[in-house]
Design a protein around this ligand. Structure first.
Ligand SMILES: [Zn+2]
Length: 207
């Protein structure tokens, strides 16, 4: 269960092709990339000029003349940015997340049922990578705690406030059998010991 929030963010509305286009990288390199959607999973792309990484997609093959952006392995990206992990999960947050997960029901978590839309209260560590509105990696990853997860979204506990509109969530540390996914942050709320972040999954990430 998610308590009502005090901060609401606008949800993504109808998207035309133009809306989905990712503009040039901050260094000026044309990306040729599109924003991921529910039906179009993201993969990871590197700007060869400045090293920016995008969680994005593209239609069709890359033209031979377009050398500014290349696809890179998701695992390579995560391996590279783990170096910059912001601490480990705060023990207080871990306890909070476990308490919240317990109090919001469902102690009978079963892995197989997890893939259905049902929401499961589960406190587990995940890695969150902040993404800008252009789906560019825009900060250091952090190990944070889930409060609940379903196929459609998740609520998380974070030690710090986040301002990015999207988070790439990697479940590898949780033991939960889910592919990485991009969360659109729809609500944040200050708690006594950190921040609650809730959102909807907008896209899977192809590893
Ligand atoms: Zn660049």
């Amino acid at each position: 269960m998610i308590a009502p929030s005090t901060i609401n963010r606008p949800a993504a509305g109808g998207q035309s092709h133009d809306d989905l286009t990712i503009q040039a990288c901050g260094c000026g390199t044309a990306t040729g990339l599109l924003k991921p959607t529910t039906h179009s999973p993201a993969s990871t792309w590197l700007c060869c000029r400045c090293g920016s990484v995008f969680f994005a997609r593209r239609e069709g093959e890359i033209e031979p003349t377009e050398t500014g952006i290349r696809r890179v392995s998701y695992y390579e990206v995560m391996k590279a940015i783990y170096v910059y992990m912001d601490g480990d999960t705060c023990p207080v947050l871990q306890k909070d997340a476990q308490r919240w997960a317990r109090s919001s029901g469902s102690r009978n978590y079963l892995g197989r049922e997890f893939r259905k839309q049902k929401r499961f209260a589960v406190a587990a560590p995940v890695t969150a990578v902040p993404l800008s509105d252009n789906f560019r990696v825009s900060g250091h990853p952090a190990r944070i705690m889930t409060v609940n997860v379903s196929g459609g979204g998740s609520a998380l506990l974070h030690g710090q406030q986040i301002f990015e509109p999207f988070l790439a969530i990697d479940f590898a540390a949780s033991g939960i059998d889910l592919l990485p996914a991009i969360l659109h942050v729809t609500r944040t709320r200050k708690l006594a010991t950190g921040w609650e972040i809730a959102g909807k999954f907008v896209s899977r990430v192809l590893p």
